[in-house]
Design a protein around this ligand. Structure first.
Ligand code: OSB
Ligand code: MG
Length: 373
């Protein structure tokens, strides 16, 4: 049994609220859904690359291109079906982690469906409920931010993360702490600061942040190490950690004390699990980051976050926090305990709405052994 068909769907979904980071504001998300089909079973993956190369150099169109011209043909040429075999074979190509992760995820879902297991069982996950946090973009005013935090706390989220940038940081954190003195609270700069901002970033120590995420640009483990020596707040790296090797180097250098794992950023589950294990051996906690995924990508993240060293609340929120209408059934919801229960069905365990996905598709392509070789 090998893969008989791979499909790509380009989709665009509007957000419930525009999402603003230090990169700018977006009101919808363009992304790719990948399916791999074999003997009547179908695995689903999501490519988290965005329309513009802001978070990283990848875009939806570079991902489409490398999937179509390199990664999908590899599956057919080498008759690959196992996600681990695909991950190994795809190492001959450099970069493009989000594209390769999207296809690898679809193969993991298919593998679990063939076995009839939920994905977390395949991964050796030990947690059945995942602590949910919420990531809140930069708002038009501090009052809007405070109101939004209050309403997410009301819904039960266990931890609040806000985006910061120069000019929207110290004073904002002060106001959040004044109003919510006891919540788990962390901030994410998406690389908006430079090493000269060290004193300013140190001033955030007074707010008992759970962590400060990615203050400096991605390729700067050295200056993160310098900052971590000076400040009390644990640094957490997101964009900087692209493999188990960079994770190890960052930890040996002291560039951070916590790591955010995103499957897309690191190129798939194989690499995500290596990072998880590398951190676990060193007693470094990890948590699952998000890229505002649809229900398909989020379901994958939920299964991954069942691994034992995911020990801080994750950027995993309910469908309705992101989209008016998700593309899965049932939609992802919070329990009364501010957690997300892992679906118990085979594979990702929730059902993608195929008709809706086909109707929404702005672009569609199908690849078979013949077209792919
Ligand atoms: O840096 O964590 C980030 C969304 C898009 C790009 C980068 C990031 C984010 C988030 C969203 O913070 C987290 C989520 O999906 O809930
Ligand atoms: Mg981040």
């Amino acid at each position: 049994m090998t893969i008989d068909r791979v499909e790509l769907f380009l989709l665009k979904l509007p957000y419930v609220h525009p999402f603003e980071t230090s990169f700018g504001r977006e009101s919808d998300r363009t992304f790719i859904i990948v399916t791999v089909n074999s003997s009547g079973l179908r695995g689903y993956g999501e490519v988290v690359a965005a329309q513009r190369p802001l978070f990283s150099y990848e875009t939806t169109m570079t991902a489409w291109h490398v999937l179509e011209d390199f990664f999908i043909p590899l599956l057919f040429q080498e008759h690959l079906e196992e996600p681990e075999d695909f991950a190994a074979a795809a190492r001959r190509y450099r970069g493009h982690p989000m594209a390769r992760a999207g296809l690898e995820l679809a193969l993991w879902d298919l593998k679990a469906k063939k076995k009839g297991f939920p994905l977390y069982c395949l991964y050796g996950g030990t947690q059945r409920e995942i602590p949910a946090g919420v990531s809140i973009g930069i708002q038009d005013s501090p009052e809007t931010l405070l109101d939004r935090i209050a309403s997410y706390l009301e819904e039960g989220y266990q931890r609040i993360k806000i985006k910061i940038k120069p000019g929207w940081d110290h004073d904002i954190c002060r106001r959040v702490r004044l109003r919510f003195p006891d919540i788990l609270f962390q901030v994410d700069a998406n690389g908006a600061y430079s090493p000269q901002d060290g004193d300013h970033l140190k001033s955030l120590d007074e707010f008992s942040l759970l962590l400060l995420e990615q203050p400096f640009p991605p390729y700067d483990l050295w200056d993160h190490a310098g900052l971590q020596k000076r400040i009390k707040t644990p640094l957490c790296l997101d964009e900087s950690i692209i493999s188990a090797e960079t994770a190890r180097q960052a930890l040996e250098m002291g560039s951070c004390r916590i790591i955010n794992i995103k499957v897309g950023r690191v190129g798939g589950i194989v690499e995500a699990r290596r990072i998880h294990d590398c951190c676990r051996e060193r007693s470094i906690p990890v948590w699952c980051g998000g890229m505002l995924e649809s229900g398909i990508g989020r379901a994958h993240n939920i299964h991954l976050a069942s691994l034992p060293n995911f020990s801080l609340p994750n950027d995993l929120s309910a469908s309705r926090r992101y989209y008016v209408e998700d593309i899965v059934e049932p939609e992802i919801m919070l329990t009364g305990r501010g957690t997300i229960r892992i679906p118990e069905g085979a594979g990702i365990g929730i059902t993608p709405r195929d008709r809706r996905i086909a109707e929404l598709a702005l672009r569609y392509a199908v690849f078979t052994a013949k077209s792919g070789s």
